[in-house]
Design a protein around this ligand. Structure first.
Ligand code: A2P
Length: 267
């Protein structure tokens, strides 16, 4: 890939915003986040994704990234996996403050409030970088206006991979303006391959009832509960099957229902 970090000589194609990286933070050899400037005209709904790429003279590679920052933030944040030899992330993982990022202008997605019917309790099920859209949604006032209780589950292989979600919720609790709004939020973190207080795939913890026992909640019901899922294809398939066994049905922007799904895209 002939990627140029400071591409003065590359024309910006139609339909693309060129933005500057403002911050990067690396968590493990597989995970990092970056923040960038936000175009003044750019609007999105919490939970949506955009296509992200790096400046390239011909046929630039774009990948879908959920926007992890809230709609009220001046900047945009993204949480990314680093894939060895990945066409985009191999280069993206090396970006630094001041570098240029390209972003397609139109956000889209199904993990949005418009695709869910109102309810009492909102479950957000995530694995790995699938937590990104929920990082936005847990800082959106609409989430708490629509639901009394919000439960974010995050499952990763190791404890180090849980850091992004834990830091996010800790920062939210430490911010008086957001903390009061998000009093109904609970984070439920688990690992599958390294020791941690709560271990297991979220699907297994639902099936054996431990998730509900730990939280002191009844099992999921279509009368009270709504859900959003974001993870790998396999995680989506299995979590979706669990939710359907509780009687939930999949919604969309045009036909809201009781659960919605988005893939954590980059691989
Ligand atoms: P496991 O370690 O048992 O595979 P990854 O890093 O590969 O994207 O995985 C993130 C997390 O998602 C891991 O904890 C992994 O558990 C879990 N996971 C993978 N497949 C599924 C699935 N089909 N259902 C639920 N969780 C899954």
């Amino acid at each position: 890939m002939t990627h140029l970090i400071s591409p003065q000589n590359i024309a910006i194609p139609d339909g693309i915003f060129a933005q500057r990286v403002t911050q990067t933070e690396h968590y493990t050899d597989r995970l990092f986040r970056f923040r960038m400037t936000r175009p003044a005209s750019f609007r999105f709904r919490s939970g949506e994704f955009v296509m992200i790429g790096l400046p390239q003279p011909d046929r630039p590679i774009f990948r879908a990234y959920s926007i992890a920052s809230p709609a009220w933030d001046d900047e945009l944040e993204f949480y990314s996996i680093k894939v060895p030899d990945g066409p985009l992330t191999e280069h993206l993982q090396r970006i630094q403050r001041g570098d240029t990022i390209w972003m397609r202008k139109k956000p889209t997605g199904t993990l949005v409030h418009d695709a869910l019917l109102a309810g009492k309790r909102l479950w957000m099920f995530s694995t790995g970088t699938g937590i990104a859209p929920f990082a936005s949604l847990i800082r959106d006032p609409e989430t708490y206006a629509r639901f009394d209780e919000v439960i974010l589950t995050h499952t990763c292989r190791t404890a180090a991979e849980l850091t992004y979600g834990q830091n996010l919720v800790a920062a939210l609790r430490a911010d008086p303006l957001v903390a009061e709004m998000a009093a109904g939020l609970r984070l439920y973190s688990t690992t599958t391959r390294a020791s941690f207080p709560t271990m297991g795939r979220i699907t297994d913890l639902m099936a054996n009832g431990k998730l509900f026992a730990d939280l002191g909640l009844p099992p999921i019901s279509p009368q009270t509960d709504r859900a959003m899922i974001c993870g790998s294809m396999e995680m989506l398939r299995d979590t979706r099957a669990m939710l359907e066994s509780y009687g939930l049905t999949e919604g969309s922007n045009s036909a809201p229902a009781t659960y919605v799904v988005e893939r954590a895209f980059v691989d």
